[in-house]
Design a protein around this ligand. Sequence first.
Ligand code: SAH
Length: 346
Amino acid sequence: MEKKDIKSLDLRELTEELTAIGEKRFRATQMYDWMHVKLARSFDEMTNLPAAFREKLKEEYEYTSLSVEDVQTSSIDGTKKFLFGLKDKNVVESVWMQYKHGNSVCISSQVGCRMGCRFCASTLDGLERNLTPSEMLDQIYLITRLTGERVSNVVVMGTGEPMDNFDNILKFIELLTDENGLNISQRNVTVSTCGIVPRIRELADHRLQITLALSLHATTDEKRQKLMPIANKYHLDELMDAVDYYFEKTGRRLTFEYSLVGGVNDTEEDARELIGLAKKRNCHINLIPVNPIKERDYVQSDKERIEAFKARLEKAGVNATVRREMGRDIDGACGQLRRKHIHSEE
Ligand code: SAH
């Protein structure tokens, strides 16, 4: 039988679990603190637990603890890209970025992805499996241990579609923002989605204070469908209704991600249409110069075009930033490091 994943339990569940096997309630608080505050890597680190109890834990429970398979550090900006190993030998990528306002970690939510966005390296091999809440948390915990620095922002923008792993994402956010754990503010958590409409609405109903980022990338269904297969399933009007619903329920300003692809979605007309969408809502536009992957022939818009696109938005009173290209020298684009790793072993 598969062992229970103890690091994915919240404090209430952990307390129930441990009292059911005859332990005192305070053991749950102690263990929760070891797992989610002290960031212990194993049961053996939990030195104030009796040795016999630790042995019992090892027999009965799975303790998620990722292994470090590779680390690349950018010589340009200090960004670190980690390749972490999971217990089933799969690997996932996480990125650590330093900003003036604090350290930010970008985590993966799935091993691979089945969304098929045309410009994205994470989806080229399809979906392997969902990540558990503890496997998502441990990307942050292990980076905190390795860098020795507190993580203040978490973005779920690595490999995977978080809305395709919905229940685990909710549990992950609950544990990450728990005051008994790392206690990261919900406001410092961003979840990015390609636009799975029913899940956006469901997330809105939870009324969390996290930021929703929508990967928009195009302003007409026709153009969006060329870049993102999900656009065939959910059309822009229902997608915009869903993000408006998210704003209505949470009051959180929306983020629209717009990856600029040379000659595809970077014209004056594209900017005008984007302004049309953005002016109606409380939102911020995050322009991302597309990071070319060798399997596809998409190219980046040139610098002047990117600046002109941004200037048009700003002139119309739309809030826009061009995402700094962190770690360009270290397999920067989503899924590139993992892909390099798995294909080097073939
Ligand atoms: N599945 C989620 C989150 C992962 S991708 C989503 O679709 O939002 C995070 C962001 O990076 C998305 O906006 C995605 O479209 C974008 N992205 C992926 N590959 C890219 C590339 N090669 N260049 C620029 N942006 C890319």
